[in-house]
Design a protein around this ligand. Structure first.
Ligand SMILES: Cc1cc2nc3c(=O)[nH]c(=O)nc-3n(C[C@H](O)[C@H](O)[C@H](O)COP(=O)(O)OP(=O)(O)OC[C@H]3O[C@@H](n4cnc5c(N)ncnc54)[C@H](O)[C@@H]3O)c2cc1C
Length: 464
């Protein structure tokens, strides 16, 4: 069917091809299956059309098309949504992947970056000047999604979240207008997009502050994962200077070349560390982690910052049962809970990831942006990756049970690590008055909830 609406006068795929030329992909096109594939596996949706706008004006056309046809609108930057929100079944995908221009002003230490860039592309380009903006731990994640949700990565303790470096953005709102937002212009919207996700419009480009991060001391440290090592690792990482950010993955050791055979399948702490400072001070800060046990592998070394992003494997589309939460400590009991649950899993890979927070991120007031979890100490993600869809229920139950045992009822969640988990969980991403404030701003800029394929905040009526 060529028509996108019950009223053929509204728009057809041929009209769209005339307007957007080869940047329209529809069912039957050779490029269709690849273009509707997202990072996570198990998501098999068939949009009516995928449109790749070339600039903000074309983005506004696509937004208006969605408004006028009533079709569901999915907004895609890097395609890494855990919930599969960047692809629609039967609707329109607005795919920003060809909008990747980047202008770096090295002197002023700012950059304007289009939302189709990935974290890795931006980091490599900025790295050429010895400068950086902190994103996450994976180069292929889109700057669109990670920025709008918050952005927790290797510079979080030294330089804060990605949104703490956001100076301005350009947003196409539901009425098709292109707004520039910053602390002076539309400050309500600027507050909301720093954590509120894709609820308020399509971000076409961002202006970031750059900081000097040339070489770091970083890489992987592999330790045996006893409860004592897990608990002490987190304690040492919390006591470390802000320059040191760590991501500790606890999992059965994969049979990788640098892991001696006797450790394969045994639980290890696979820690990714980044010390954003001088080499000698970095060695001193990392020494207590190395001293926790005889390392199975120690690949930490001085490196250029962009090297934190190793190349992502092509065509890797994991399927997993995933739960994320904030926790306030990893004592011996919690460490034992981690070991017990990982050992009990029957998944092809079971993993818990612990990210120690604090530092610069925690020095920003909780109500300064829509990311309100500023004072939480550790972010924990549990995941069971599996191959056979019929096993989903077993692994979902494992992940839910594990999360409940770890969080002890006081969880809260980072919106960018939420799956499709229902409205109550979206509320957990926006504690206190954050939700109400977001709902009012949503009502102001998107009263009909055009942008609803996301971790959705229902619009409130002003003065309601
Ligand atoms: C392997 C992996 C590693 C990750 N590591 C980290 C990490 O270290 N730190 C961290 O903070 N997060 C991390 N994340 C989570 C990541 O930040 C979110 O999944 C994020 O939403 C992905 O952004 P994207 O642009 O790639 O995704 P997309 O799927 O393209 O977008 C996700 C959603 O964000 C919204 N959105 C995206 N772009 C725009 C835009 N330009 N305008 C309006 N709305 C938009 C839409 O609602 C969209 O559905 C990771 C995710 C994965 C899969």
């Amino acid at each position: 069917m060529d028509t996108l609406h019950h009223d053929p006068a509204v728009m057809s795929v041929s009209d769209l091809r005339a307007a957007f030329s080869d940047r329209v992909i529809a069912p039957g096109d050779a490029a269709y299956d690849k273009a509707r594939t997202v990072f996570y596996g198990g998501i098999d949706r068939h949009p009516a059309v995928i449109i790749r706008p070339a600039d903000a004006t074309e983005v506004a056309h696509v937004v208006s098309l969605a408004r006028e046809t009533g079709l569901e609108l999915a907004v895609r930057s890097g395609g890494h949504s855990l919930a599969g929100h960047s692809v629609s079944d039967g609707g329109i995908v607005l795919d920003l992947s060809i909008m990747r221009s980047l202008h770096i002003d090295a002197e002023r230490r700012t950059a304007w970056a289009e939302a189709g860039l990935t974290a890795g592309e931006y980091t490599n380009a900025a790295g050429a000047y010895g400068l950086a903006t902190g994103f996450g731990d994976t180069g292929s994640v889109g700057i669109g999604g990670i920025t709008l949700g918050g952005g927790v990565g290797y510079l979080v303790r030294k330089h804060g979240l990605t949104i703490d470096a956001l100076l301005a953005a350009e947003i196409v709102t539901a009425d098709g207008r292109l707004l520039r937002v910053d602390s002076e212009t539309h400050p309500d919207l600027f507050w909301a997009i720093r954590g509120g996700g894709g609820n308020f419009g399509v971000a076409t480009r961002f202006q970031f502050r750059l900081v000097e991060v040339d070489t770091i001391v970083g890489g992987m440290l592999l330790l045996p994962a006893t409860p004592e090592v897990i608990h002490s690792f987190i304690a040492e990482a919390e006591a470390a200077p802000d320059e040191l950010s760590t991501i500790a993955n606890i999992l059965p050791a994969p049979p990788m070349p640098f892991v001696p055979a006797e450790h394969h399948g045994r639980l290890v702490v696979m820690a990714m560390v980044a010390y954003a400072g001088g080499a000698e001070a970095g060695e001193r800060a990392i020494a207590p982690l190395r001293a926790l046990a005889t390392p199975i592998a120690d690949m930490i070394r001085p490196m250029r910052y962009p090297e934190v992003y190793s190349p992502d494997p092509e065509d890797y589309h994991p399927v997993g049962a995933v739960r994320s939460m904030f926790i306030d400590s990893v004592d011996r009991r919690a460490a034992e809970t981690i070991v017990d649950h990982l050992q009990a899993s029957t998944a092809s890979m079971a993993v818990v990831q612990l990210r120690v927070l604090g530092g610069a991120m925690a020095r920003v007031p909780s109500d300064a942006t829509a990311f309100a979890h500023r004072k939480r100490r550790v972010m924990a993600n549990v995941a069971a990756l599996y191959d056979r869809p019929e096993e989903a229920a077993v692994h979902e139950a494992w992940a839910a049970g594990f999360a409940a045992a770890l969080s002890k009822g006081n969880a809260g969640v980072y919106v960018n690590f939420l799956g499709d988990e229902g409205e109550a969980r979206v509320h957990e991403a926006y504690p206190g008055s954050t939700w109400d404030r977001l709902a009012v701003i949503k009502g102001r800029y998107d009263p009909t909830n055009l942008f609803r394929l996301n971790q959705n905040i229902s619009p409130a009526k002003e003065n309601a």
